[in-house]
Ligand binder design. Structure first.
Ligand code: FE2
Length: 287
């Protein structure tokens, strides 16, 4: 049976892609952020996942404001990137696990999550940058992916509780998947930031740290925030944390935070990385 090894949450700021392309990982500005991935590389080298289920939000490469699903899942064997206009190079493609995608889709629809199913799907920097951070270097990434897109852009957005429950449904579906594979769950984006308006540049370290603490030990506590309250506390784009909520939901009730890095700022964003190890499936049912 499939087994979830754990979850990773990471920022996906476009300028990280430019820093990677320019080889600036050891520059003083970038080093505190990239050093946060040293542990991630060691952890992944030991755990060796076969597939990564990646929760992220599209930034207009695949969906636009005229048609923007609340939840969408890729069901393809390859996911291409294209020029997004951020000045970052076009990324290599990611291999997909379409069989797992369809398994998740069937289970999620049964569970009341009516996803948009994308047999062709472009993936933007919200997928490709985390992949490049987790597995740097040349050559193909060593995992297949299942991308799940959450609308964090155009209101009304799904609630924190809805995204946590989406992740829980994904977690149960993976538990029931009859292939002997190890699955990593990833949530990308955030943490606090706002790109425009009177509060452009807004960062809230205290709230970010609270979110990371609660995410590990009691994610349900975070569902007390409405989306407007969360925007007020984390910034208009800080709601990308919804992807982290879904990642956490896919893990069992008991997790161990084995790594955390928090650095201000990357561009105008609070940059964070977290690694959560998953307890056994028995803990999910006990949760
Ligand atoms: Fe983003």
């Amino acid at each position: 049976m499939a087994r979830i090894i754990g979850g990773i949450g990471t920022t996906h700021v476009p300028s990280i892609g430019k820093a990677i392309a320019d080889g600036k990982q050891n520059d003083p500005y970038w080093s505190p952020f990239f050093r946060g991935f040293d542990y991630v590389h060691k952890w992944l080298a030991v755990e060796k996942p076969d597939v990564a289920v990646v929760f992220s939000n599209d930034h207009g490469l695949n969906f636009f404001l005229d048609k923007l699903p609340t939840f969408a899942i890729g069901a393809a064997n390859e996911y291409r990137n294209e020029d997004e206009g951020w000045g970052i190079p076009v990324s290599k493609s990611a291999a997909g696990d379409a069989d797992l995608s369809w398994h998740l889709t069937n289970r999620l629809v049964d569970d009341g999550f009516d996803l948009t199913i994308c047999q062709e799907m472009l993936v933007d920097h919200a997928v490709t940058i985390p992949m490049s951070l987790m597995w740097p270097g040349e050559g193909a990434w060593p995992v297949k992916i299942v991308p799940i897109s959450i609308n964090t852009v155009q209101h009304p957005l799904p609630s924190l509780a809805r995204c946590l429950n989406l992740g829980r449904s994904v977690g149960r579906a993976i538990d029931a998947y009859d292939r002997d594979i190890k699955v990593l769950v990833v949530g990308t984006g955030g943490l606090s930031h706002q790109l425009d308006g009177e509060r452009a540049g807004f960062i809230n370290k205290k709230f970010d740290l609270l979110c990371m603490d609660e995410l590990a030990r009691n994610p349900d506590a975070l569902t007390r925030y409405t989306i407007p309250q969360f925007v007020e506390l984390a910034g208009a784009q800080g709601v990308e944390f919804l992807n982290w909520m879904a990642m956490r939901g896919a893990l069992t009730g008991q997790v161990t935070q084995v790594h955390r890095n928090y650095h201000i700022p990357i561009s105008n964003t609070a940059a964070a990385t977290i690694v959560l190890e998953n307890a056994g499936t028995a803990a999910r049912h006990a949760a």
